[in-house]
Design a protein around this ligand. Structure first.
Ligand code: ZN
Ligand code: ZN
Length: 240
């Protein structure tokens, strides 16, 4: 576990491996806690253990914000919601997947991977969870000391970036990752790569000091400048 900036923790620490789920972040606002994403289902005991070691009860978790519907981000959601009683926040376009009205789609491309993995797709199934606060982008909510939601579709239809307004920090989900530099998300699980690029440009217009990614390490300084540089490089690449 690391404290990214004051009162914002990356809980995923030592199990931060690509095959073990996405990063899980915790924001402490007085006695109220907010989780951003949950990792795979089996990560939920580790998350609760870390919260306990910080001196908080599970009921201190008031909100769980889901950046998008993929199983490495929502796998632990059902158990965490049940244990904490937290309200779940997600974008309207990903709600059908989170609530189970639509199945987890599995890989989007290439075609051979999509067909080869078809028998495994049921294994990606996640327990349906009711979303309590449905967002569309542009909202400012009194969660985690004040957040603003930016709709950044492409990786999934309802992918969001979440800004902690008072702290100059953004949680990007899988819009971008940070491993040996900023990069796009896994294209095999990305619905619309062109739309991701448009969303990266949209994020690049924002001002933030710190960026926390769904996969990889946070950028603690000058993050919006580095995202803007990356967005400019995208402009010179051919579309996929
Ligand atoms: Zn992910
Ligand atoms: Zn994803």
């Amino acid at each position: 576990m690391i404290e990214v900036i004051r009162h914002v923790y990356k809980l995923s620490g030592w199990w931060d491996q690509p095959d073990l789920g996405a990063n899980v972040y915790l924001v402490v606002d007085g006695g109220k806690l907010t989780l951003i994403d949950t990792g795979y289902a089996h990560n939920f005991r580790l998350i609760l253990g870390r919260i306990h070691r910080m001196g908080f009860l599970p009921s201190c978790v008031r909100h769980i914000i889901v950046t998008h519907h993929h199983p490495d981000h929502v796998g632990g959601l059902a158990a965490l919601k049940q244990t904490t009683g937290a309200a779940v926040v997600a974008h309207a376009d990903d709600v059908p997947y989170i609530e189970g009205a639509l199945p987890q789609p599995g890989p989007c491309r290439p075609g051979w991977l999509r067909s080869a993995s078809a028998p495994l797709v049921p294994l990606l199934r996640t327990a349906p969870v009711k979303v309590d606060i449905v967002v569309k982008g542009g909202e400012e909510l009194p969660v985690a000391g004040g957040i603003r939601v930016l709709h950044t579709p492409g990786h999934t239809p309802g992918s969001i970036c979440v800004f902690l307004r008072q702290r100059g920090l953004v949680m990007t989900g899988d819009l971008l990752a940070q491993r040996l530099g900023i990069r796009l998300p896994a294209l095999s699980f990305t619905v619309d790569v062109g739309q991701v690029q448009d969303s990266v440009r949209k994020l690049a217009e924002e001002d933030f000091e710190t960026a926390c990614f769904g996969h990889g390490s946070p950028l603690v300084k000058n993050a919006s400048k580095r995202v803007a540089e990356y967005a400019r490089r995208l402009d010179h690449k051919k579309p996929f």
